[in-house]
Structure formats: structure tokens, C-alpha cells
Design a protein around this ligand. Structure first.
Ligand code: ACM
Length: 554
């Protein structure tokens, strides 16, 4: 992992001696590379091969030309990612654009997409134009993929010529929401593993990290007002061995758990923001709450006692819609809102059995008092109250598609996971939608039928199937289609217990999703993607990513 270091500002004067060194009449060599040879993932909207190569050396300057305030951090980020492998301590400064041996960043208001950019590499100069810093950052990610793969190593590489093939790229994303999810409830992933995951996301221009922080089997975020969430809810006494449903059941007898302190959460939020990634934190309710109930059984309908979950699946004990529960959740969410500056809080809403609510006289009285039809409407009452609270804090909610069942909360965004239907219904009701269907983007499913494939939850989603994901349903009108914000791949971790296995399951399938949500639909071409992935693989290897190689074999 690479860190940013100091910015160096150099006056425009310092460059005046460099200008005009290169003869204007020197002809550029013809292009010898095809588009696919550039190996860029996700595929840029437009790429024109050019001839010759730019050579990066210790004297190359990073120059912020024009409006620089937005671009400073991107220039510093570029210097930071280049430093470990090249050993170059490239200077970042503002000033007039030199004519050679520089990476020049320019603000260009004519680039209207907030995440769009234009990257021009000639043998003498690299120019990056963007309307906003986000676009400049994505240009840097493209540039990074044009360097020799050794540039991704975190130690000094000797004997490498750091050249970049000449090219002209005009690029912008197809969708605004380009997400990747991680369940840290079933298994806990340390901060370093989460940062590396975020790094791989950034490299492929993804911009939303959905951090699934609470589960039946573990609560993973420190909440100061409720210390038992860290002391009790974050730990389970043991874990199921093998697959859920295997008989007889066996457990490992090992206490397991962990949680992120608020300082660690802030550190990850900052790390993601430096990479133009917004974190969507998820606090699950009313279901998938057993770990919280083990710590605070008074929030259940039966009073408990409970243990933090040790097996997978769906548990009957869920939050009871009592005032005490709303007070707890509002206090929890107040701390969550203070930690996460992003637009959204995900409140779960999936897989909430209604068994306990049916048997509870409190819930049945509440249903009557509120004039609700059934327990599904009681769940909607629950979600609406939470939405009202989060809206009052300036946040929007996202919920899994079950939040449609008793009627949608007024401003809710729907994450459609049980196929696309929930998303289609929500868009028709003028609600925003993020598509995450099990049929294409559940990366906890098997990716191969090879013998020796590590244990997974089930299903079969090889890379080419994931690549066929199309977030935009054909049945929507143009107006309804505007509500489809984008797509996301989900990584549930019942059977993923190490960072190495996480990377193996997530990559390269998440890169197929990155391409689906970034690249123009007309550019989607699986054989071409695989070819580019072959170029790209040494880069992932150099970055130390344990990606699956099935699609690269032939
Ligand atoms: C889900 O997979 N239960 C959202």
C-alpha cells in the first residue's frame, strides 16, 4: 500500500527554463498497438492508439495548471503511488504547462461528466484534463495501468524503464453508483485488508464501498453509548465447520470476533475518501440482529437470553419495534452518522422473519394501534421511522428489496438483490435503485466447477456470467430508467474467512462488474475483456492481489 507524502510547490518560474526544449517538427511515430493491447480495465469510452512512448524519470514533474486547489490531492496521490517502485520523488507544483517531461493536470470545464477525463500521452508529455478532481483521479488510475506492472510493487524495482505507450483517451462512467460490498459480520477483516480492498476498487474506478457492519454472527463497529456491542456482540463462542446444512453439525470450539474502533473507522473513511470512494455503512434492522440482541436482549420480543450466532442462515429473533429499540437504534445511528460523511446509510431490511412479531402481543397491539394490515406493514412502519430519523440527520437510506413489501419509506433507495424485479418495481414508484442481483453479482457463489475449488455458499457464477450483468432493465421508460443509479457486487463471507480467500472470490469477478458499471454498453465484449485482463494480471500480481486465474488459463 502506498502513502501520500508532502506536496512540493514550485513557482511557474522554475519551469520556464524547460519550455520549448523539444522540436515542434519532430514527427510522432506510427501507432503499433491495438486498443486491446493497452489492457485497461474497465475499458475506457474512447481510446485512440498513438505511436511512441513517454518515459518517466526522476526529473519528470507533476504540474497543476490552471485551477489547482481541486487537483493538488490528485497530483500528490500520483506522486505517492509512483514513489515506492520507481524511487522517484516527483515534484508536484503549480505553474504553466511545460512542453516536455511532465504530467500536466488541467481543469477543463467543458468536460461535463463530474467523473470524466481526457488523458493524452505523447512521447514528450502527459496531459490530464478533467472538470473535477474525481475525473483527474480516474485519469491517474488509467495512467497507472499503462505503466509497467512493476510500478505496483511496494519496494524499489531496479532496471525498469518506466515508459507509457502514447495514447488518447476520452472517458466517463456509464453509472454514478459503482459499488462493491463486504460483509465483515460473518468474518472479520482487519483494517489493512479493508484498505487493500479499497485500493483495488479505486484502481478500477469503483466509487461506493458498502461496508456491511452488523450481523447475527458479529457486530463490528464500536458504539460508545453501548459498550456491550464491542464486549459481547462482537464475539461468538465458536463457528460452524463446513457447509451450513452438513449433518451432523460440527463447531470449531474457537472464540472468534473483532470490531473496528471509531478511530479505525475514521481512518478507513479517510483512506476511502482519498481514493474518491464513499463508504455506505450498513446497520442491519430489523433482522440479522442476533449479535446485538445477545448484548441487549431487552430489544427483542421475548427478552432472550441469546448467544451471538455460531451457524449461518436466518435467525427468528429480530429487533422488536418497541420504543426502547428505536431509542437504541437512533443512538447507534447518531454515532454512525457522525463517523460516515457520505450521503447514505444502509439500514438492511432483508430476511426478517415475522415469527416473533406474530407471537408478540406488543406487536399485535402496535399493528392495531397504527392501523397496519400485517407484519410486513409493521416492518414498513419500522423502516419509515428510521428513515424519518436519518433524513432529519441529512442522510438518505438504502434498504434491501424486502423494504418494498409493506410499502416503501418515502425517500428510500432500493438495493435489488432477489433478481431485478424489486428494482424495477421501485423505479416505477420513482424510487432510486441499485442493482445487485444474486443471478449475476453474488461473488460468494462458486466461480468454477474445478475440483479443489474452495468451499463456497453454492450457486455458480463464473466470470463470463458476471460480465453479462446488465443493471438497466429494458422494461423501464426513459424517466424510470433515471432511477437506476448503478450496480454493485456483493461479497458475503460465511465461507470466506481470510483476506486471501476474500481476494480470490472477489477478483477478477468484481473487475467484470467495474467494467459493466463504468464502460459504455456498446463496448462490452467478453473476449476483449479477457484479453485485457491478461495484460492487466501482472499488475494485480505486483500489487499482491490474490485473484482467481480461471479465465486466464487458455
Ligand atoms: C441478502 O443477500 N440477504 C441481501
Amino acid at each position: 500500500m502506498k502513502r501520500l507524502t508532502n506536496l512540493f510547490f514550485i513557482s511557474a518560474l522554475a519551469f520556464s527554463g524547460l519550455a520549448g526544449c523539444k522540436s515542434e517538427s519532430e514527427p510522432e511515430p506510427p501507432a503499433t498497438m491495438q486498443e486491446v493491447d493497452y489492457g485497461i480495465v474497465p475499458a475506457p469510452a474512447q481510446l485512440t492508439p498513438k505511436g511512441g512512448r513517454f518515459t518517466l524519470n526522476a526529473q519528470t514533474r507533476i504540474v497543476l495548471s490552471g485551477q489547482t486547489t481541486q487537483l493538488e490531492r490528485v497530483g500528490a496521490y500520483l506522486a505517492g503511488i509512483l514513489r515506492p517502485a520507481t524511487g522517484f520523488d516527483l515534484q508536484v507544483g503549480s505553474g504553466e504547462a511545460p512542453s516536455e517531461n511532465a504530467v500536466v493536470f488541467q481543469t477543463d470545464e467543458s468536460i461535463s461528466s463530474p467523473e470524466g477525463y481526457r488523458l493524452t500521452v505523447s512521447p514528450s508529455l502527459i496531459t490530464i484534463k478533467a472538470g473535477r478532481a474525481n475525473g483527474a483521479f480516474y485519469a491517474v488510475q488509467t495512467l497507472r495501468q499503462l505503466l509497467p506492472p512493476q510500478a505496483e510493487r511496494d519496494t524499489l524495482q531496479s532496471g525498469i524503464e518506466w515508459t507509457v505507450p502514447a495514447v488518447e483517451i476520452t472517458d466517463e462512467p456509464r453509472f454514478a453508483y459503482r459499488g462493491l460490498h463486504l460483509d465483515v459480520g460473518r468474518h472479520f477483516f482487519p483494517v489493512e485488508a479493508v484498505k487493500k480492498y479499497i485500493d483495488v476498487m479505486a484502481m478500477h474506478k469503483m466509487n461506493r464501498f458498502h461496508w456491511h457492519l452488523t450481523e447475527d454472527q458479529g457486530w463490528r463497529i464500536e458504539i460508545r453509548q453501548y459498550p456491550k456491542l464491542a464486549e459481547v456482540a462482537a464475539w461468538r463462542k465458536e463457528t460452524l465447520i463446513g457447509h451450513y446444512g452438513d449433518k451432523p453439525e460440527r463447531f470449531d470450539g474457537q472464540r472468534y470476533g473483532g470490531y473496528y474502533t471509531q478511530d479505525e473507522v475514521r481512518e478507513v473513511v479517510r483512506y476511502a475518501a482519498d481514493r474518491f470512494i464513499e463508504i455506505v455503512p450498513e446497520i442491519e434492522m430489523p433482522g440479522h440482529a442476533l449479535a446485538a440482541l445477545a448484548a441487549y436482549p431487552e430489544l427483542s420480543c421475548t427478552g432472550g437470553p441469546f448467544e451471538v450466532g455460531t451457524r449461518w442462515g436466518v435467525y427468528e429473533d429480530v429487533f422488536c419495534p418497541k420504543e426502547e429499540t428505536f431509542t437504541f437504534l437512533e443512538n447507534v445511528l447518531s454515532e454512525v452518522v457522525d463517523l460516515f460523511p457520505g450521503e447514505y446509510v444502509h439500514i438492511g431490511g432483508d430476511e426478517c422473519p415475522k415469527t416473533r412479531w406474530k407471537a408478540s402481543s406488543f406487536c399485535q397491539d402496535l399493528i392495531k394501534r397504527e392501523g397496519l394490515r400485517d407484519e410486513h406493514e409493521l416492518q414498513s412502519y419500522f423502516i419509515r421511522r428510521i428513515e424519518r430519523f436519518l433524513n432529519s440527520k441529512g442522510k438518505r437510506i438504502i434498504g434491501w428489496d424486502e423494504i418494498l413489501e409493506g410499502g416503501l419509506a418515502p425517500n428510500a433507495t432500493v438495493m435489488s438483490w432477489r433478481g431485478m424485479e424489486g428494482g424495477i418495481a421501485a423505479a416505477k414508484q420513482e424510487h432510486d435503485v441499485i442493482m445487485t442481483p444474486t443471478t449475476y453479482v453474488y461473488l460468494d457463489y462458486y466461480q468454477s466447477k474445478d475440483e479443489g475449488e474452495p468451499l463456497a455458499i453454492g450457486g455458480y457464477l463464473p466470470l463470463d456470467s458476471v460480465y453479462r450483468f446488465e443493471p438497466m432493465p429494458e422494461v423501464l421508460t426513459a424517466e424510470e430508467a433515471k432511477h437506476i443509479l448503478g450496480g454493485q457486487a456483493n461479497v458475503w463471507t460465511e465461507y470466506i474467512d481470510t483476506p486471501e480467500k476474500l481476494e480470490y472470490m472477489a477478483f477478477p469477478r468484481a473487475l467484470a462488474v467495474a467494467e459493466v458499471v463504468w464502460s459504455p454498453k456498446a463496448k462490452r465484449n467478453y473476449p476483449d475483456f479477457v484479453q485485457r485482463l491478461k495484460h492487466h494480471a501482472p499488475r494485480l500480481e505486483a500489487a499482491g492481489v490474490n485473484f482467481a486465474r480461471h479465465a486466464l488459463k487458455d
